[in-house]
Design a protein around this ligand. Structure first.
Ligand code: ADP
Ligand code: ZN
Length: 717
């Protein structure tokens, strides 16, 4: 999906590389940036994880003045700003969480041109004080994030977004960019109209999320166990979201997963806001947390390394399904969208719809959406093709990365069984629900059946060839396909529809998905957690994650703000040994290289040193050469290794008592003692960077590493 178009502005690509640490632009990024840099407006439709933020962040750095970013989610602004600051971008936010003093400080930074980016909540922007402040300073652009919030038809409607049309009136010369991951045409039209973006260039990217594997399975009454098996088999130690329909179910599942040894935290509107915030924060900040939530959770969640999204119920539309599953794998690494659903879900959603007090037009829309969702579940062909088709996007070939592609479901000619089911509904007077009709079909010995005289019907006991679960599966598909309607006013009784007629009359065969017994079904797993080459790689991965979370905790930011998983994985794969090798990895710009490079190199080098043993121990080779009188830099040249690697070898020789620290480092006793004291001050963690900085860079990391090794050897002795 990388577009050949790269930006006209040489500085745009340069900023992408040096600030963000990425090699090339994706999709429409470069074109959008050029449009804004040239003063035009843009509407950007890109899937979650597509890289929308760069579209305004880079113009913010190129154009003079501050860029104003409007976002509805004040809870997330702090993390967004922290992520920018990590890149060395001057960013701040203005929202109701700040006290007066903080507000004044930021306002004065705005007035004195000290900011590149300011994040503001729409309601704050509308305050006369904010508007007149903005009118008095140079502005680079306005970015309206989550722009679908202006849509009254959408489920994220925010009234304060409607007022954003004033931007056009009060700041006619400032370019505006609206961004959303909601793709459908009506929403797009509404955004253009309400935000007065008629002159904006519209950029629509493909909505495919190729790294997400879609899987839908039937709930045979054991959804909880299936979920646990799925997490244990495929997502050990991963972060994920589990969606449930009700608050009670959220609490139950979270507690149950907790008992099974997983870290699963609940999130729903019934909890107090403090507890909710705490769970959300832990999910964002710590590694490997599972959040169990109602759909209230997740909008705007920027966490890039959510490895799975599990649905314990059917979402009410494909839009919702796409949006919720889309929270997995924003970083582009493999992720799973897993769903369990059953007859009960179908009935419940139909019921909610019948009881909805929406007007006729709305109801029709909802009805259509639910039918599309149900049809999607029962598909026997590629799910991704169907999903994209629904959003007017097209995938020419089956994807190969969804359950129906991987294990094509078997179908069977269900015409005769369906006829039996439909006529049994008819003969019992269209007054009963699924369970009762199934009992009649199976010829159950039951008082109620006898009382109604249904044991005398021709359809009584004609369905013994299928088991009860198989009948329920069949009924679910008949309801999903609209051959039967569930009447909620009449206690869930089944009614025949027009669509049932051709099947009943044998005018149309009916092929359905074959029922698969849970126990017989072999589930092929999709391990999205990294399959490491060997145990050593896994150890390095864990050591890198530990360092990352230590750095994140120190600064009170989420771990992914330091480095994404993808960057750490590249470290494991490529094992860089110098700063310049490190700088070529994706996601490492100048600022982060400077801030964290040495710390990560230390971990990598220590790891290499411990693991690269046989056949000729490489650290040993260094020691031999050292004993022959070579210094570190000569050994490095001779062996074609980085000097820092040689020092790591020497450090471990020192630690093992095979080399003498003063000799290796050339330090005198007094300086050595001084350095020991300096290192001791930071003893609570394993990092040399604070030591290095406290000494103002006077002593190289290589030297510090050796001194520390000497201290460790003394500590051991
Ligand atoms: P969105 O807001 O569209 O969901 P983000 O802006 O958060 O997506 O970007 C998703 C991820 O992709 C982020 O980790 C971001 O740093 C990364 N990214 C953005 N642009 C590029 C690029 N050109 N090359 C590589 N990674 C990129
Ligand atoms: Zn597919």
């Amino acid at each position: 999906m990388d577009s050949p178009y790269q930006s006209e502005s040489p500085s745009a690509l340069q900023i992408l590389q040096t600030v963000f640490g990425y090699e090339t632009f994706r999709s429409h990024q470069a074109e959008v940036i050029d449009q804004l840099v040239n003063g035009g407006d843009a509407l950007v439709l890109m899937p979650t994880g597509g890289g929308k933020s760069v579209c305004y962040q880079i113009p913010a750095l190129i154009r003079p003045g501050v860029a104003v970013v409007l976002s509805p989610l004040i809870a997330l602004m702090q993390d967004q700003v922290a992520a920018m600051q990590q890149l060395g971008v001057r960013a701040a936010f203005l929202n109701s969480s700040l006290n007066l003093e903080e507000v004044q400080r930021i306002e004065s930074e705005l007035q004195t041109g000290q900011l590149d980016l300011i994040y503001i909540a729409p309601e704050r922007l509308m305050q006369p004080r904010t508007l007149s402040l903005l009118e008095s300073i140079p502005l680079a652009l306005f970015a309206i994030d989550e722009a679908h919030c202006v849509s009254q038809w959408g489920h994220d409607f925010r009234p304060e977004y409607i007022q954003l049309s004033v931007l056009h009136e009060r700041f006619p010369n400032i370019p505006r960019i609206a961004l959303t991951a909601t793709a459908d045409a009506p929403t797009r039209r509404e955004i253009i109209k309400r935000l007065a973006l008629e002159n904006a260039r519209v950029f629509v990217s493909s909505f495919d999320r190729p790294n997400i594997r879609y899987r839908i399975m039937e709930n045979q009454g054991n959804a909880r166990e299936s979920l646990l098996r799925f997490i244990r088999n495929e997502h050990d130690g991963d972060a994920g979201i589990v969606y449930c329909l009700s608050r009670k179910r959220v609490d139950d599942i979270a507690e149950w997963l907790g008992k099974k040894g997983l870290t699963a935290l609940p999130y729903h509107a019934g909890m107090n806001s403090e507890a909710r915030k705490q769970n959300q924060d832990r999910f964002l900040r710590e590694d490997g947390i599972i959040i169990v939530a109602t759909i209230a959770f997740g909008m705007g969640i920027d966490k890039p390394d959510v490895r799975f999204v599990a649905h314990m119920n059917l979402p009410k539309s494909l839009e919702a399904y796409y949006q919720e599953t889309g929270r997995a794998g924003r970083d582009g690494q493999p992720a799973n969208a897993w769903m369990s659903y059953g007859l009960q879900d179908v009935i419940l959603l139909k019921q909610m719809q019948e009881n909805s007090d929406a007007d006729e037009a709305h109801r029709r829309v909802e009805h259509h959406k639910l039918d599309a969702m149900l049809g999607f579940c029962e598909l026997t062909s590629c799910r991704r093709q169907a999903l994209l088709h629904y959003f007017d996007d097209h995938l020419p070939e089956p994807c190969g990365n969804c359950d129906t592609c991987i294990e094509p479901p078997e179908t069977w000619d269900a015409s005769v069984a369906a006829q039996k089911a439909l006529s049994c509904v008819h003969r019992t007077g269209q007054r009963f629900g699924v369970s009762y009709v199934v009992d009649v079909l199976m010829g159950k010995d039951d008082d109620r059946i006898k009382r109604f005289g249904h044991d005398k019907l021709t359809t009584y006991g004609i369905g013994t060839e299928l088991e009860q679960k198989e009948w329920r599966n069949l009924f679910r598909q008949l309801i999903s396909r609209g051959l039967l309607r569930v009447d909620m006013e009449a206690y869930g009784s089944l009614h025949l529809t027009e669509a049932a007629r051709p099947v009943l009359r044998s005018e149309q065969p009916l092929y359905l998905r074959k029922f698969i017994k849970a126990s017989r079904k072999k589930t092929r797993s999709h391990k999205t957690s990294q399959a490491w080459h060997d145990a050593k790689d896994k150890l390095l991965w864990e050591a890198l994650r530990d360092l990352r979370s230590q750095l994140a905790t120190e600064q009170g930011v989420p771990a992914y703000v330091i480095f994404h998983d993808a960057t750490l994985m590249e470290m494991v794969e490529r094992q860089p040994q110098t700063l310049s090798q490190l700088s070529t990895l994706s996601g490492i710009g100048e600022k982060k290289l400077d801030a964290y490079g040495e710390d990560f190199l230390t971990v990598i080098n220590e790891h290499l040193n411990q693991t690269t043993a046989t056949p000729v121990d490489t650290a040993d080779e260094t020691l031999q050469l050292y004993r022959l009188g070579m210094d570190a830099s000569t050994i490095a040249t001779q062996r074609g290794l980085a000097e820092s690697t040689i020092y790591t070898h020497l450090a471990s020789a020192i630690q093992n008592g095979d080399a003498e620290v003063l000799e290796v480092t050339g330090l005198d006793e007094t300086t050595f003692n001084m350095l020991c004291n300096a290192i001791e001050q930071f003893e609570d963690n394993n990092r040399l960077k604070p030591v290095y900085e406290s000494l103002e860079g006077a002593y190289e990391y290589n030297i510090l590493r050796c001194v520390k090794a000497a201290m460790l050897s003394e500590a051991l002795a």
